[in-house]
Write a protein that binds this ligand. Sequence first.
Ligand code: G1P
Length: 276
Amino acid sequence: MTKIRTCLFPAAGYGTRFLPATKAMPKEMMPIVNKPLIEYGVEEAYRAGMTDMAFVTGRGKRALEDHFDVSYELEHQIKGTSKERYLDATRHLIDACTFTYTRQVEMRGLGHAILTGEVLVGREPFAVVLADDFCVNIGGDGVLAQMVALFQEHQCSIVAIEEVPADQTHRYGIVAGDEIAPGVLRLSAMVEKPQPADAPSNLAIIGRYILTPDIFDILRSTPPGAGGEVQITDALMQQAKAGRVLGFKFAGQRFDCGSPAGYVSAINYCFAHFDY
Ligand code: G1P
């Protein structure tokens, strides 16, 4: 069994769609009711067996580091009161995991952000979570845990996928391939943000990946693609040519919390299903 220890969180983006909320606060700190998106991502990774949480941040992201650290004054203040329990889950993550950070100095795309994280990952398979793709699977394993189980069987890169409306393909990496098991495709086409006419299907990549470390070498020589940015989708296509990328139709719900409508749906869903 190959242990996947590290989860990489690209978190350098500006979150301009949520201005002014994100003017002085990282978009990853936007809460789903009372818990920031990034904490949900870290919990999902931890539940999938990962303990090394690695962040690619940028300017203005200090709140992320502070969140995954003790807050002596606050904890002293609420010690022994009924409010202490509100910090239990976060404190548990802080005790059980390590948190490392590096900065992406220039915004040159998701592929470039992941390559920036190489120094934190090393030469082993790792996961990537885009925190604004918020995923829940009530009563079952989280999406990353499902993907780790699949990785044990196939030992190659895996992307989470779901169907999107045909007129939305320009917002996603779009894939196609042969179904080798129920919900598992061996990918043969991967295109970043195609117009509907150029899309190989309506199966979109959502923000959960397991990547083998050779992806770093591929990324180093991947030229800028869609939007003039270095795309992880293009690097993965190189692995796909060798039959080494799977698309996985996960169990659970995904909310696009990079958009106001998706964010509001996520909050409503959680408020209806969890106790607060
Ligand atoms: C990124 C990826 C894209 C993927 C999407 C999922 O795009 O480049 O392939 O479909 O995340 O959310 P972004 O949303 O950062 O533009």
